[in-house]
Design a protein around this ligand. Sequence first.
Ligand code: ADP
Ligand code: MG
Length: 284
Amino acid sequence: MIHVKNLFHDYSGKGQYAVNDISFDINKGEIFGFLGPSGAGKSTVQNIMTGLLKLQKGEVSYDSKSVKDLDSSFYNNIGVSFEHPNLYTKLTGYENLKYYTGLFSVPTLDPMVLLDRVGLRDSAKKKAGAYSKGMKQRLVFARALINNPNILFLDEPTSGLDPSTANVIKEIIRQKQQEGCTIFLTTHNMFAADELCNRVAFINDGKIVACDSPRNLKLQFGEKSVKVEYKSGEAVKKDILFLEKEEDRATFNRLVNTKDIQTIHSQEATLEQIFIKLTGRELA
Ligand code: ADP
Ligand code: MG
């Protein structure tokens, strides 16, 4: 339903591409993630997709309708949460959402219900300017849901949140998917990408370096290892073995047959390890 083809973006006007020939498709009802380090070009892509940045080169379309021809019906249909919360700091959390409801010509949700869902009910009457970073983040997230959108764009929705608040947000994202919402999510957090995304694109230096389900990425690029702990005299020894290697397989069999084994754990590669393997760069 969302189609992006040969997308480029140059802020400088000098041929320095922040987005350098990116193509992908997102299916209806899918959570599609962009995973990459800061500066990779994730937010730029989201901003072009939502019409915030003008399309310079390439195609972006929704059910075959180009982003160049979008009108207010598109904005009634989407929810956007930005990386850097853009809020009315002098208005309360409640007033921020209430104000937003007036911008749509479709039914909107009750601001208080949304504030409650993201854990801000008790701060509803506090000025948004006095919110902590995590509270502001939750308020922009809540705001993105106010028009009950069919497509959600979430830029770093869990960054800077403590684990339990991040879990609340993740749960809402999953619930939106169950309601049929299509979700584009950018993050530099491999756990968020792994837990939430049906497919994830690794993005580095304005390019997609791999794109598949987290599981397939691990199967294709991850080196699965096994950690074996066994008794050696009085001591407990530990070996990490890569079962793709014949030598390690032989060692594994020998240990299992001859030693007093204490534990065996299979260790799956993480998305971050795979990202480093493919790009030489860390995510954070
Ligand atoms: P990410 O979201 O992955 O951190 P961005 O899309 O924000 O990456 O940035 C990609 C590149 O574009 C970076 O090199 C960044 O410095 C540059 N960039 C982002 N926004 C602007 C802007 N408004 N003007 C000039 N350069 C920008
Ligand atoms: Mg960003």
